[in-house]
Design a protein around this ligand. Structure first.
Ligand SMILES: [Cu+2]
Length: 108
């Protein structure tokens, strides 16, 4: 498990995430906007890999600050999503809706 997390962290620091497989190959190659902001976890559903978070404004995605449900990418450590946790999340707008593509605990 620790090896897996370290490996995925390495991937995120060395390459862009634009090569993630999608359900719909037709949209491949389109450049996605993303926003990285502070967020606080409200509730999390590990089985469904979704979480309700309160996030700051996602400027690049044109969304103001709010509390909403996101899907969480398979590459993200879902253990981070505990109610009350303060995270930095990277959100992308996919064909399936807004998704958290990266997350880490914020230290402050
Ligand atoms: Cu939102």
């Amino acid at each position: 498990m620790i090896t897996l997390i370290a490996a995925s962290a390495l991937i995120f620091t060395t390459v862009d995430h634009h090569d993630q497989p999608s359900h719909d190959g037709n949209h491949h190659g389109h450049t996605e906007a993303s926003s990285t902001v502070a967020a606080e976890v409200r509730t999390a559903d590990a089985d469904g890999r979704t979480a309700v978070v309160s996030h700051e404004a996602l400027t690049e995605l044109g969304m103001s600050a709010m509390t909403m449900r996101f899907s969480v990418a398979e590459t993200v450590d879902f253990d981070l999503f505990r109610p009350g946790a303060h995270l930095m999340i990277t959100v992308v707008n996919t064909a399936d809706g807004f998704q958290i593509a990266d997350a880490e605990l914020s230290h402050h």
